[in-house]
Design a protein around this ligand. Structure first.
Ligand code: ATP
Length: 541
């Protein structure tokens, strides 16, 4: 194994780790930015280029050594032959440079296309898309698009090949002319008596070898140049990712603030023109259950993500007591938060690893795991698995299984409990629990138990920010905030909001009451017997 062969995998591994490490710590908003994604993609090419750069550098070095020998021979025979040798090689080097630049321009223009076709190919083969692909015929749709993209890509490759061939012919013609001139010169030198015939023969061989060497060298240098552009992208990504990284350090956040104050917060997602939050002001007091309710797209999850520190407000402030989170230590903010997102990611890991994410110290903590399973009502699920906590939740892998939507919600809830009741490596025990639609897939008994448990968490000093469309759940909250089109339109306890004056014509006023009655009505009208009339006013949604 050559030195370059031994070195390359190590260089590639370092480059890959650099890229992944930088990408995983940039701000979420940057990760969603298409420009950053484009750079990320070209930097991925850079990883392979780093490897090629190593082998190409070795080949340049060996060509240089061989050229030195040939050049020495030519110089001894006649110094004028040296520039001619370069003249023969130059057109080919030019051709290679033009082709390389053309290829680079094409790659840059087609990056988005490449990403999209890779995505389509993945969608066609993944298990979580398999059902729709089969039942809804999405497979044929995706295949059609994949084929169209592949055809477009082939056409671009054919264009590059044709342009490359034209450039090569032009370069070969120019090189041929230089060869003819060289032979002409050699003939003149021989007939003028400046060079012996035998020496001219040697010169012909040396010129050919030398020209091949120079051509090879310029080709390699050119290749180096092309690869260096991608390595440059990798470097640029590193620099940009550093600039876009979630800042390290900052003001200390209180471990258990009395309240989180949101003041005049506005936030618009990258690429959007309308704000998702528009001058929102509210207070979330510690140890309380605060419900965020409102129509679809009202801005509830967005506000929750800002409270966790995943996004920063465009304007306005979020304070924990009197510390502004904009300048606070975000590591501390994350360490103080438990997030149970609406789209809880189905990690392809063992149940043990999923539930103890971020808490490696509790990997074998039977007590903490048992408490988490009790809290989430997943003991039954565990009993049914041959390998218990060591069940692999990754269908398609050996020994891997999948779970139902509700079971995944239980797994997410168990993780929430374990994180909320243990101290992390940062030395903090989270106090803010953000539960975004935590029970949408649970059966009625599990749902009731889940809300009771959230109240228990609040009773132990946690702040529960509950995002829900189940207004029976929000009714039990200490305080309810109602969002509409990114604005806070109502706030109060369930009783206060239900007592809202029906003739209040401020925008959004009475929307909670209307929504609650609408949900209650759906149950009430279906209740049997003479007591159904009472139920209209008492049934919970
Ligand atoms: P739902 O009840 O449907 O979950 P929500 O109140 O939680 O809705 P958000 O998810 O906060 O609503 O979305 C608020 C607005 O922001 C919507 O218009 C949505 O389309 C937009 N939005 C949400 N996430 C993103 C994102 N990552 N990029 C761009 N726009 C987004």
């Amino acid at each position: 194994m050559g030195g370059a062969d031994r070195l390359s995998p190590r260089i590639q591994r370092t480059a890959t780790l650099t890229l992944l490490e930088r990408a995983q710590r940039v701000e979420l908003a940057s990760l969603e930015d298409p420009e950053f994604n484009r750079l990320l993609e070209s930097a991925r090419f850079g990883i392979h280029s780093v490897q090629r750069l190593t082998s190409e550098s070795v080949s340049v070095l060996s060509t240089l050594l061989s050229m030195a020998a040939t050049g020495g021979v030519l110089f001894t025979l006649s110094p004028v032959l040296l520039p001619l040798m370069v003249l023969i090689a130059a057109p080919r080097a030019w051709g290679a440079a033009v082709t390389a630049r053309r290829r680079r321009t094409s790659v840059m223009a087609w990056l988005q296309h490449l990403r999209a076709s890779q995505l389509v190919a993945q969608l066609l083969t993944q298990t979580h898309t398999a059902a729709e692909i089969r039942v809804h015929g999405v497979g044929a749709f995706l295949l059609h698009h994949f084929e169209r993209m592949a055809v477009a890509s082939d056409r671009e490759q054919a264009r590059l090949a044709a342009a490359g061939a034209r450039t090569t012919i032009a370069a070969a013609a120019a090189s041929g002319l230089a060869f003819t001139a060289t032979f002409g010169l050699l003939g003149a030198l021989v007939s003028g008596g400046h060079l012996a015939l035998a020496a001219a023969g040697t010169a012909v061989v040396a010129v050919r070898t030398g020209a091949a060497n120079v051509g090879g060298l310029l080709g390699s240098v050119n290749q180096l140049f092309e690869e260096a552009l991608y390595v440059g992208d990798l470097q640029r990504l590193t620099t940009e990712a550093d600039a876009l990284a979630i800042p390290a350090g900052g003001d200390d956040l209180p471990e258990r603030p009395a309240a989180i104050h949101v003041e005049d917060v506005c936030f618009t997602y990258t690429g959007r023109t309308t704000p998702s939050l528009d001058k929102v002001s509210l207070v979330v007091s510690t140890g309380k259950i605060v419900a965020l309710v409102g129509d679809n797209g009202a801005g509830k999850s967005t506000l929750a993500r800002l409270l966790c520190g995943l996004y920063q407000p465009d304007s306005g402030t979020i304070r924990w007591d009197d510390v502004d989170t904009a300048t606070a230590d975000r590591k501390q903010q994350f360490a103080s938060t438990v997030l149970l997102p609406q789209d809880f990611f189905r990690w392809p890991l063992t149940l043990r690893a999923i539930v103890t994410t971020g808490r490696p110290g509790h990997h074998d903590d039977a007590h903490a795991l048992g408490a988490a399973a009790d809290f989430a009502g997943m003991q039954d699920l565990l009993r049914k698995q041959d390998r218990g906590w060591d069940t692999l939740a990754a269908r398609g892998f050996e020994g891997g299984v999948d779970f139902s939507g509700g079971q995944w919600q239980q797994i997410g809830t168990a993780r929430t409990h374990l994180r909320a009741t243990t101290t992390g490596a940062e030395g903090r025990r989270p106090f803010l629990v953000v539960a975004d639609e935590p029970t949408s897939a649970l059966d009625p008994a599990a749902e009731v138990r889940a809300f009771d448990n959230l109240r228990r968490l609040a009773g132990q000093g946690a702040t529960v920010l509950l995002i829900t469309h189940r207004l029976a759940a929000s009714a039990a909250a200490d305080l309810i905030y109602v969002l509409k089109d990114g604005r806070l339109v109502e706030q109060g306890t369930h009783e206060e909001l239900m007592a809202a004056a029906p003739n209040d014509d401020r925008p959004g006023a009475g929307s909670y009451r209307t929504a609650y009655l609408l949900q209650a009505q759906q149950y009430a009208t279906r209740l049997p017997g003479p007591r159904s009339a009472d139920a209209t006013t008492t049934a919970a949604p």
